[in-house]
Ligand binder design. Sequence first.
Ligand code: GDD
Ligand code: MN
Length: 339
Amino acid sequence: MISVVVPTYNEAENIEELVKRLASVFRSDYEVIIVDDNSPDGTADAAKKLSATYPVRVVVRQTRLGLASAVVEGASVARGDVVVVMDADLQHPPELAPALAREAARGCLAVASRYVRGGRVEGWPITRRVVSRGAVLLARLLLPEARRVKDPVSGFFAYRRDCLSRVKPTGLYKILLDVLVQCKPECVVEIPFVFGKRTRGRSKLGRRHIFDYLRQLLALSKWRPVKFAAVGATGIGVALAVLHFLSWLPTLVSTAIAIEVSLTSNYILNRAWTFAERHTPILGGWAKYHLATAIGNSTNYLVTNALAFLGVWIYVAYLIGVAAGYVANYVFSELEVFK
Ligand code: GDD
Ligand code: MN
């Protein structure tokens, strides 16, 4: 038995074609669970009518709680061991659902992907393409689990019900990220698909979802970027103290020592706190941390000394130097040192 879970909000015009096309690809031993957030356009009534002819069940929630929680709620009432999650608006081709279900039945997370060979998006303006690519890039940068797939924000996938029904959504839309992080699937398979144009109704994705998405990434990354910045702030204090005690030395020497000491204290704190669960080998990590921060630290060293040479007060020169080196530092640590 396969359960197809479809979250809906104002999809009355799409639901009939979706259910019919699912019926012709699955034929028997499947069910469709429509989870509607009390759409004003009567989606739930349209779905209930279809349930006279097709194996359709309708869950109606009184308030608009969002796509992600609708998926989990659908999975929690599903009868199948395998759940296929898809949109109602036919941008996800129902014909691909059986292939996803087959992979999920083997125990793998099956993701319909726009960003593997053969997959693509139809009819998106350049702005939405850029936002989507940026969203994927950011997810893969911040979450090792997201690096397992090329399209970790796809809304079309299949997995076992037992985990899907227990997922705690951390955002409104991108439930697949939660599945990747919380279910830790043994294997992942990506199947290319063409994300078609929406022909009826309107997308519910809006500007506020960008902020929701960033919040979700922070939560799933256990606030690592914020912790990393906090550690960096302690490092600045350490370096300024070293500069203070070594003020009798030439600036070229004291800044080098200040940078080395704060680098080491930052490394120790990031290893024990920011990236604690990664169990990085202590000396190997320390060596790599030198490499990873080399660009930031040499920028810092050069900028600080140039400013000091120009007569800028050393502590101020150092703060400007640090700012210049910060961004490159973070990206290298995330991708290389603590991976
Ligand atoms: N129950 C419920 N509650 N359903 C919702 C809500 C809500 O608040 N908001 C949207 N939905 C339903 C829509 O009715 C539709 O069936 C599905 O969720 C996707 O919504 P769209 O508004 O069509 O999203 P999209 O096309 O911009 O984005 C989709 O594709 C992306 C790329 O694959 C989503 O599936 C994204 O999650 C996905 O990343
Ligand atoms: Mn859509």
